[in-house]
Design a protein around this ligand. Sequence first.
Ligand SMILES: [Zn+2]
Length: 506
Amino acid sequence: MKSHLKPITRRKFLKTGIAGGFITATLPLWKLFSFSAPPSDFYVNPACNLSKETLEKLIKIALQRGGEFAEVYVEYTVSNNISLEEDKIHGALRGVDMGVGIRVLHGEKTGYAFSDDLTFDKLKQTAEVASLIASEKEVKNPVGLKSSKISSYYQVKVSPDSIVIQNKAKLLLKANSVGREYDKRINQVNVIFSDTNKKIIIANSDGIWVEDVQTLTNLHVNVNAIEDDKKSRGEAYKQGTLGYEHYDLKLAEELAKDAGRMAIAMLPAEDAPAGEYPIVLAKGDCGVFFHEAIGHSLESDGIRKKTSCFWDKKGEMIASLADDGTVPGAGGSINVDDEGTPGQKTVLIDKGKCINFLYDRLNAKLMNAKLTGNGRRASYQHYPIPRMTNTYLMAGEDDPEEIVKSVKKGIYVALIGGGSVSPTTGRFGFSVPEGYLIEDGKITNPLKGIRLMGNGPEVLENIVTIGHDLEILPGTSCMKSRQIMPISCGNPTLKVSKITIGGAKV
Ligand SMILES: [Zn+2]
């Protein structure tokens, strides 16, 4: 297939990456984006086509001052984004970024340097800077690089980067028209389609050489509804390590209807009551709670520095929590983490007992633990730190309908929104964009202004029934140490015997 990208030379790509990276455009887009597919050598021959020999040389230079471990991380990323607002295609972005990050570990210390200039001289300087962390007489010899075979947990047949922008625009226009037609009270529809296509190479002094192509795709619909003085919003999206074959007009229609349904359902919402109530968390959409309120406190960097709360409760607890980078197509899934460790499933809490943490290489070494495949970084400009992948509360055995029926008066949380958690005390506050009253075992009136308050371990202790209907969301993102990472989370339907609700109605 013909492509306008093909004639772009390596240097030109570099310039695109360095000089601001993104192009912003308004209609007509097709003039800017007239290519139909990336060239076949797009990922095999990006500017980061550095040979094994070159990487071996760099590792050697990085170890020249006696560091214990050295690693080279090569990244080449193409990002696309198209958005619709106020009935029109509003903008389109395309960015190319690439670079190399070189890391040296020595004791508790990390030496890190990166470069987006990929000439050997500049990379040599980068390795030299990273090496400065150590000053030992004895210099370690790196193991020769050997390719590792990895399993694939992505569901990508058609790269979204190979799709002409007109086709992506059709999804946006479809979601817009369906959203607006859903109900005349819907007065605003915003839609975004984005895809990130990242090729990485990781090579280290233990002899690991691994390559991966990571695709993250998202179609996101937001709607607002208005009636007299009442306003509400709804959203729906599909995100994951997914190819374009998972996105079509039918999906755009479904997402628009789902966002519309939420906005219209929430339009008559009344102020939530304040006080202590039993709550039922809906499957899937409440997993972010466990990610934020529990998961972060099980990342090994916090554990090692003892800044997070963790516990070892024995007794009657039933909740179990896992982090799993191998869920097919999920947003947090990884064939390998950003240190070359294969993605894997780690049970963190087994029926209330904390049995493992999430490790990157540095913390695993310092804590004498096994790697769990959780060393992740946002880009070559960052060194890896322990991060979650797909984190979820594990399934129980109860019937989800019976769980709702068992509540006389309580709150049904259909979707958990943004929140804040203190890493030292575990105390949290979460908003609930979609929630309802439960009266005599039935879901009744929509409620607005629900705020869930408490602390993570206490909520785990108070989980009394867990459904068999575990659902893992397609994906979302998490910010830590100024690094944004794709993750996912999930949960089955479950009941918490009591939780404090901050609401407007006393
Ligand atoms: Zn997070």
